[in-house]
Design a protein around this ligand. Sequence first.
Ligand code: MEV
Length: 438
Amino acid sequence: MKAKKGFSKLSKQEKINWLSQHYFSDIDTANKLLKQYWNTDEKLQKLHDEFTENTITNYYLPYGIAPNFLINNKLFTIPMAIEESSVVAAASNAAKFWLDKGGFHTKVLGTEKVGQIHFTYTGKKQDLEDFFQQQQAYFKDSLTEITKNMQKRGGGINQISLVDKTSELEHYYQLHVTFETLDAMGANFINTCLEKLAKTFKETAINKQLCSKNNSLEIIMSILSNYVPNCLVRAEVAHPADKLLPNPEDSIKFAHKFIEAVKIAEIEPYRAVTHNKGIMNGIDAVVLATGNDFRAVEAGVHAYAARNGKYSSLTTAKIENNVFYFSIEIPLALGTVGGLTSLHPLVKFSLEMLGNPNAKELMQVIAVAGLAQNFAAVKSLTTTGIQEGHMKMHLLNILNQFEATKQEKLAITTLFKDKTVSHSGVVEALEKLRNENI
Ligand code: MEV
């Protein structure tokens, strides 16, 4: 097969034809499948086609809702886009568990975003520092054209600092820039500011003769950082340790075992990764449903989990004065304006469901989704084990895989109501049912 040049210029149908011919033995089935996932509403389909390049179809994820989340004394129903069968059920269970125990309490601890201009300078450090001190105000002013609207709303650039990284990499310095981007995630705003600043910085360095033949200053790149340790939110639940479960003795035992499980995730990276993965089940699902950038959130959150030099749990648990406390602290750079938020109909729908939150409010809802998910997972793990609930939810996937009819689904789910679900057990039961009905 030859490489295809100018692929992006082909029409959608031409792209599908090319793909089907080159990669699929059954061209018609491949064609049919792709079209099955198109939306019949042409305008809606066109909107999705234009989100990215070379779109040939849509990729569906289930969109579920988890009701009964009491957050700062207000009830929320949380939208979740996720394929893993037990996640929405687990979130709903955790929401219900905490509903009559005061619910979740949250606080935004900071909203600072970060961008950096990475450059090399071969001259004397002192000359660079003097130059930066003299020009700092000018650099900030030179961005007014881009920042003025954001500034009017109370945002903009907070600070520009020069950072010497030469002890780690020869000649390497940074301009480390902090931003307030209010309700926008701010990626475009930050990157536009940085690229303009880098240009001004270089031009001024030439004009002011900071660079010469022997002292070169080279901009390597200008880009936002997805590590935002000062764009931080905290969520917490608290309740008397002997009143978490109906029986006080069981309750205290449960609380201690739960705390031990969280402590294990604090000190053991193998466990911490899975512990945090469970948290991200909740976080990513809401991040996706609200049209935010889950890769950015993932990258930032995991970096934060390793901030002390060792990958650790994002949640902590303790008993103090007989009260059980369970909390999370995570960096979340989110937007409720810009990006997909006003474009994708389901994103608009999600935001409306959440009461059209601003970015700070959304940070709090999403932190709660992460904490709730972790509570549900650790509760299952330290009591019944995770497979019971997980496989119950997975049962339908197994039945669908074997194209079970409505009657078969009913018969098998009834059969497994009080039994442990396993893949082989379900297949066996289905075969038996089918043989009996021949
Ligand atoms: C599965 O998606 C997530 C869990 O493994 C999380 C955990 O172990 O805490 C259940």
